[in-house]
Ligand binder design. Structure first.
Ligand code: ASP
Length: 313
């Protein structure tokens, strides 16, 4: 890794979802977030923009079947993968998002195209796919995104539903929250955020959660902070929790704002999830009220990782 004459020391944080990650999946989650942080930080350390770094980090996580993003995502009730992704540039407030896309391997790259090449912020479904294709992305078969592990998981969820066992919305649920995200501060002092997900298991086709909705699953503004969230999407959306959190960073700092956001999510709506927050001064905060959240941080002190924020000291 080379380090240039930075205006600022770059920082990159990634998460790989907040839930009760089972012991046999801890290693895959930890390795996955480290790989993503390495790739993103390597770009930052060579002078790339925060936007490029979060896109690259999230692409690594989308390509890793461990996570609920890209190939290997949860299936809809009718057995398909529908992907949502959001990217935001803290310097300009440009944002790009796609939702319910079924034919894109890396929806985060489509979100960046929307951000850079469209007058719009949010494109969904076939319109989003057509826009991505027109801008150089390949369309793939939805079947290429579906893996056996998720077919089995969907079957088990349907069996639970027909046995009248309600899907728990709390930590410890067999349903994971493996959404992925990244926030970065580049050498020019610019922030960016990216979030990508396959959503929730057995979701109704067409359902969009918090992840790709601006101000909910992600946000970035150089004047406050960059954020990416994971967790039970509906309560996060109702609270517009990403914007709620970044707005508190100038006053409270990212550590406190992260903790307050998750406490508010739970106190107000009984929600659960996790958050990563990064301020324009490079200070960051993370919090979750699930048993675990996969995360990695990379800055001038090197890489730190864990599956619980208490591991960061
Ligand atoms: N927040 C995502 C959603 O509701 C799920 C997750 O974080 O895993 O779509």
């Amino acid at each position: 890794m080379t380090h240039g004459p930075f205006l600022r020391s770059p920082v990159l944080l990634v998460h790989g979802g907040a839930w009760d990650i089972p012991p046999d999946q801890l290693q895959a989650h930890t390795f996955g977030v480290i790989r993503a942080a390495d790739v993103g930080y390597d770009l930052l350390s060579r002078g790339a923009s925060a936007l490029a770094a979060v896109e690259a980090a999230v692409t690594v996580l989308e390509d890793d079947e461990t996570f609920d993003a890209g190939r290997g995502s949860f299936l809809t009730a009718d057995g398909r993968v529908q992907l949502d992704a959001l990217m935001m540039d803290g310097a300009t407030l440009r944002a790009g998002a796609v939702a319910c896309v079924e034919k894109l391997k890396n929806p985060i790259q489509a979100a960046r195209l929307v951000l850079e090449r469209s007058p719009h912020v949010y494109l969904v479904g076939q319109g989003a796919e057509a826009f991505a294709q027109k801008n150089g992305m390949a369309l793939i078969d939805n079947a290429d995104l579906v893996i056996d592990r998720e077919r089995d998981r969907l079957q088990a969820a349907k069996a639970r539903a027909s046995a009248g066992i309600p899907d728990s919305t709390f930590a410890g649920d067999p349903n994971s929250h493996d959404t992925v995200g990244a926030v970065a501060l580049d050498a020019d002092g610019n922030l960016a955020a990216a979030t990508s997900t396959g959503g929730t298991l057995n979701k109704t086709p067409g359902r969009v959660g918090d992840s790709s909705v601006i101000g909910c699953g992600g946000y970035a503004d150089n004047r406050s902070a960059a954020v990416s969230l994971t967790g039970w999407g509906e309560p996060i959306m109702k609270l517009v929790l990403g914007k709620w959190a970044v707005d508190r960073v100038p006053l409270l700092g990212p550590e406190q704002a992260a903790e307050d956001a998750i406490a508010y999510l739970h106190a107000r709506l009984g929600g659960h999830g996790g958050i990563i927050l990064l301020g324009p001064d490079g200070r960051f905060g993370m919090a979750h009220n699930t048993p675990r959240m996969a995360w990695a941080v990379c800055d001038e002190d090197g890489v730190r990782t864990g599956t619980h924020v208490a591991e960061e000291s």
